[in-house]
Structures are given as C-alpha cells and as structure tokens.
Design a protein around this ligand. Sequence first.
Ligand SMILES: [Zn+2]
Length: 271
Amino acid sequence: MSLSSPVRRSLLAVTVALITCSCTTQGPPSTTEPSAEPSPSESVPGTAASEPAADVLPDMAMLPLETFRLAYEGDERVLRFDTDVINNGPGPVDVTGERKNTMTPDLKVKQNILLEDGSTREVDTDAILRYETFDGHEHFHFQDFERYRMRPEGGSEWTGSHKEGWCLIDDGNLGGKPSRYNPDNFDCGAYEEDEALEVRQGLTEGWVDVYDWYLEGQYIELKGLEIPGNFCVEAEVDPEKLLTEVTRDNNIASALVRITDTEVTIVRQGC
Ligand SMILES: [Zn+2]
C-alpha cells in the first residue's frame, strides 16, 4: 500500500480488459464479513454426510508495469516503476498474522479462505508479517509479497532480483465489490509500535493494492548493465507461492523498456 498518496488516477484508467484472468468462477461471493454461520441452503443440521463447502479462492494478478523512472539510490543508478496487484478471484485475499508475545519478532501467517457457505477455513502458511520502520511505513509487511528483476533483451541472465514485503490493503477499486480491507478500518498494525500480537490484512475481490514507483524498495539496480539498451523488466506477485489462489498463470507482468543515460521508455508490455 501507499499510505502517503491517493490512488493514482491513471490506475483507474486501466481497463479490466487488460487483466488476464483464467478464473474458474464459482458464483458471486458474499459481500459481508465471513461468518461462522452456515447457510441454511448449504447444510442440513445434524447430518454428517453433507459435502464440505467449496473454497471461494482469491486470484492475485499483476497488472501491466508502468511509470518507469531513472533515479539514484546513494551512488547507484536504479530503475523505478509502479506495480499494481489486483485480486481477480471470486474470493478475498485474507490473512491473519499472529504471535504469542512480542519476544517473537515475526507474526506467523494463516490464510483465511472463504467457503461457499460464507464460513472460512484457516490454512497455515510459511508467510510471515514483520514490522517495518523504513521510509515512514511503521507497520507490518507481508514479507516476500513481490519479486522484481530484469535482463537485457534476448539475454537469459536475470539481474537485480530481490523481493519486497508490503502491507496488503484495498487501494483502488476496479471491480465494484464493497471494500473489506479499507485503509479506514485496516491499518496494517500501524500505531502499535511493534506491539501487535495479531494483524489482519487483505485484498477484496476486484480491488488493487498499489505500489508507487517512489516507494522504498520499488526499484532494480542497474549496476553491471550496458546502457543504452533494451531490457525486460519483470514483477511477480507471491513468488514463493505462500498463498492459495485460483491460478498462478497471471502472477507475472513484464515490460520491455529502452534505457538511455537520460531516460527510460516503454517499448511494449510483455517480454
Ligand atoms: Zn508499508
């Protein structure tokens, strides 16, 4: 999330047609908070033979990369860019990080998967939330949520590969569902000064989590690359496959960019 800026207007211009989605639609999800109450139509009280309700999974997808900028981090020249992660799935991304006490630095993440009957089931994951203080964040980040890397056009060797953690939250609406994780109600565990024992984060169906080009970590170092030249830049959401979702086919977005000493231009989306 970008706490410091409103959602870019340009994001809202991204049409849903740009979004590659191979979702298997399982019907519209409940727009209310998941509750433990089973739907009367889905279960018969007192019968053990009823089928367990099916998962209504999220589907994280990377939108086209945009707003490329050349910049410096210390003495290193870097390439900065926006990444936007949308939830294309029929169900929400919903995670809860927990720890027993503050002696443990990391919160272990459970994914809360919505079921067709409106209830949820918890799934243990290898993900962690960690309190981040850099660049004014002062809240918990879902570690390794995205990976960025690049290679010269036609080359096979990736450079500058690194992962970034973020606070998952609803920044922009591209789907019309009521927000479940609005910044007004979800603060990523901010203002608790690393004292939180439980932090919930998520991304509503049809909503976008925005990572602006100027944010800390939102760049790739250009060290060792021959400039001017054409380069393939790639961003992947959930590269460690920490969360359960409909498909990983749409988790990567890439762009071919032309970098000179003074500017960077997009040659085309996809490379
Ligand atoms: Zn943050």
